[in-house]
Design a protein around this ligand. Structure first.
Ligand SMILES: *Cc1c(COP(=O)(O)O)cnc(C)c1O
Length: 369
């Protein structure tokens, strides 16, 4: 049996290099609450990402929840059904009604042409996702938000290190969130961050992620506990040193898939965004069952027989889950593109350490079907 290949593997720092950091943490005995490595990682991430104000979190879901709380978002928020379920869950955690808007098949991101029709007097914000690390149409979304006086919170979980024309994608919108989960391009095992626009707002976020404490005896709001500990922060510093190398390796895999699959009938590949520093976080392909001669699910299970485990990100759509499916905007006829794409998509393995010959084997298996 061939070696098992999964959709991703975590980028891990060198264990020997990590041990002195652990020894130092043990010596300091300051293991969480804005410790030495926590401060260091915030500083280094701000530099690397090209942003001014960033707050670390314990995962990529709590910054979404906290962003909505900090901006006092209420009523309805326009969002995409084509994402990881955490995006929309953050709205329910704040008592907000999600309003799903369809996606653009060329990017899998919110279709800006369809946003305005979904705005009602109750709409207060837009929560788009830069799906697969491909930037949303940030200019159009900004223009709509300004016209209708809406906030924009980007779920940028897939977009670590992505830049447009040299500017960080995280600089768009009122806030942007990151996930440093093990499956992402950059990880701290579990972890995440919230990027904001002012020192005052960062202060507020730092209070909110520490129960709302603003000093020893003052609590400003019902905050959450989402403080990153020193072990993860140190791990994050080490991984930051090798993330560029990992993105380079992902590009090699992405180029091989593009070349190998470009002429296969019934397979659609998203265009690589131009003028963008990409991070190659996912490699989705879209199967047209009639042209390809096999359904997406049939291919998905066929590859598994050869020990290759892609993932159907994002199937099922968020809008089909029980807590969302009764919303008017969740009806398939209101989000036809997302509904179709969710049936077509298969994300192929892509990670640092995936070997060229393994990629070729996957390409050959897909071509043979
Ligand atoms: C991974 C992910 C999240 C959640 O991040 P966690 O760190 O796992 O909490 C949120 N949104 C999207 C789009 C994601 O892919």
């Amino acid at each position: 049996m061939n070696k098992k290949i999964t959709v991703t593997l975590p980028l891990l720092p060198d264990l020997q290099e990590f041990i002195p950091y652990l020894e130092d943490i043990w010596d300091r005995k300051w293991v969480t609450n804005n410790g030495f490595y926590h401060k260091e990682l915030e500083k280094k991430l701000a530099e690397y990402l090209g942003v001014e104000y960033i707050s670390l979190f314990t995962n990529g879901t709590l910054p979404l929840i906290t962003a909505l709380q900090a901006l006092e978002i209420k009523g309805e928020v326009i969002t995409t059904p084509y994402s990881f379920v955490a995006t929309t869950h953050s709205l329910l955690w704040n008592g907000i009604k999600p309003v799903f808007v369809d996606i653009d098949p060329k990017t899998c991101n919110l279709d800006p042409e369809k946003i305005e029709a979904a705005i009602t007097p109750a709409t207060t914000a837009i929560m788009p996702v830069h799906c697969y690390g491909i930037p949303c149409d940030v200019e159009k979304i900004q223009a709509i938000a300004e016209k209708h006086n809406l906030k924009v919170i980007y779920d940028a979980a897939h977009t670590f290190g992505v830049k447009i024309g040299g500017k960080s994608i995280l600089e768009y919108g009122d806030m942007a969130t990151l996930s440093f989960h093990a499956t992402k391009v950059y990880n701290t095992l579990e972890g995440g961050a919230l990027v904001v626009r002012s020192a005052e707002m960062k202060q507020k976020i730092d209070f909110l992620k520490n129960f709302g404490f603003a000093g020893e005896t003052t609590v400003l709001a019902p905050g959450i506990n989402s403080k990153m500990d020193e072990v993860r922060a140190a791990y994050g510093l080490l991984n930051l040193k090798q993330v560029d190398k990992a993105i380079e390796a992902r590009k090699v895999v992405s180029d091989l898939y593009r070349e190998g699959l470009k002429d296969v009938k019934g397979i659609r590949i998203l265009a690589e965004p131009q003028g963008v520093r990409n991070n190659y976080s996912y490699f989705p392909i879209f199967i047209d069952e009639k042209e390809f001669g096999m359904s997406r699910d049939a291919l998905y299970f066929k590859l598994q027989e050869d020990n290759i485990f892609g993932r159907r990100y994002f199937y099922p759509l968020i809008s089909t889950f029980s807590m969302y499916k009764d919303l008017e905007s969740a009806r398939p006829e209101n989000i036809p593109v997302a509904t179709r794409i969710a049936e077509e998509v298969l994300c192929l393995p892509i990670y640092y350490g995936l070997e060229n010959q393994e990629v070729e084997r996957i390409i050959d298996l897909i071509k043979k079907r």
